[in-house]
Design a binder for this molecule. Structure first.
Ligand code: SF4
Length: 325
């Protein structure tokens, strides 16, 4: 059934992927989510904040490696306000032609709290500075019970949805994500999907849905004992993917999680509703912190797609194909 929905939405044989320069500009975060292996407190010896020059150099390197968009995501830094991001986006815009996909809803809410400006004003100012679209990170499970247990200092489920509603109304497209395989119930997964579906009907703008699985590994041990089940089985991942495709037939694209599932399961995902195999990441730190590493070339990603009988196509953030192989 998921494949039928996929074929109705995407009648061609194309499977997309993109090349993203992923820059985690800081790992300093005041939130302290229990599942997160990436963040550090400001006084931690491993805490970092990239300077503008480092970010611009990384983007330049990413462009040389074929990146067509830059993804900027970081922790909730206590000192970086709206002015910092306006200045940074303007600098990127002046120097490079690249799509800026940046700042997930928790970061937007954090900016709003730091600056005292409402979410609409924050998004208007970021858009005017060059922001093209918003990544759907920080959704985890859109249920207050799990959020209260896993990430009590992060924005609420209502706030996450509110940011996306405003973004869409301002013409900023976004993706939606779901991280599952921890302490959530099946009902909470359905609640997550239903809330996304309802928002997409009310304020369309989600271009893709990207479910991935919680990655135990290097997360604080006490927290892992509390929240971490054994890694989600391939069957559970594929079944959840298929249910997502069927329920979210108002969101056009469904992405397989190559990074968390590996090549073989990502290939199978193409028969369970996914029409996109995700990102070739030029830089990646959040999942690397859990021990995951993606080391595939563009030719290898295209090969994964052709082996399954599809035609690979390089796409941008809003799923426009720029190149078929
Ligand atoms: S998941 Fe994001 S908000 Fe939560 S601790 Fe990690 S960096 Fe901070």
């Amino acid at each position: 059934m998921a494949n039928l929905v996929r074929n109705r939405l995407h009648p061609t044989n194309a499977v997309s992927y993109t090349i993203t320069c992923n820059i985690n500009y800081t790992n300093i975060c005041i939130s302290g989510c229990k599942f997160c292996a990436f963040y550090r407190r400001q006084n931690d010896p491993q805490a970092y904040l990239l300077n503008d020059e480092q970010i611009l150099t990384a983007i330049g390197q990413g462009l040389k490696n074929g990146a067509i968009r830059v993804l900027l995501q970081g922790g909730l830094h206590p000192d970086l306000g709206i002015d910092y991001f306006e200045r940074l986006f303007n600098k990127i815009r002046q120097k490079y032609q690249i799509q800026i996909h940046a700042l997930s809803p928790p970061e937007i809410i954090h900016l709003s709290q730091l600056s005292g400006l409402n979410v609409t004003r924050i998004l208007q100012r970021l858009k005017a500075s060059g922001l093209d679209s918003i990544p759907g990170g920080g959704a985890e499970i859109l249920s207050q019970r799990t959020r209260a247990a896993l990430s009590p200092k992060k924005c609420s489920a209502d706030d996450w949805l509110y940011v996306m509603e405003i973004a869409h109304s301002l013409g900023l497209p976004s993706s939606a994500t779901m991280m599952f395989g921890h302490m959530e119930t099946k009902e909470e997964i359905l609640e997550h999907l239903l809330r996304l579906r309802a928002l997409q009907d009310k304020s369309p703008g989600f271009i893709a849905f990207i479910p991935w699985t919680y990655q135990p590994g290097n997360t604080a041990k006490a927290a892992e004992e509390k929240i971490g089940r054994a890694a989600v089985s391939a069957f559970d991942y594929l079944r959840t993917l298929a249910v997502s495709r069927i329920m979210l037939d108002n969101i056009p694209n469904l992405q397989a999680s190559l990074l968390t599932q590996g090549s073989k399961i990502a290939q199978l995902a193409l028969k369970f509703g996914a029409n996109d195999i995700g990102d070739l990441l030029v830089e990646e730190h959040v999942l690397q912190a859990t021990g995951l590493n993606q080391d595939l070339s563009r030719a290898e990603v295209e090969n994964l797609i052709t082996e399954m009988g599809y035609q690979p196509g390089l796409r941008d953030t809003i799923y426009r194909f720029s190149h078929y192989s």
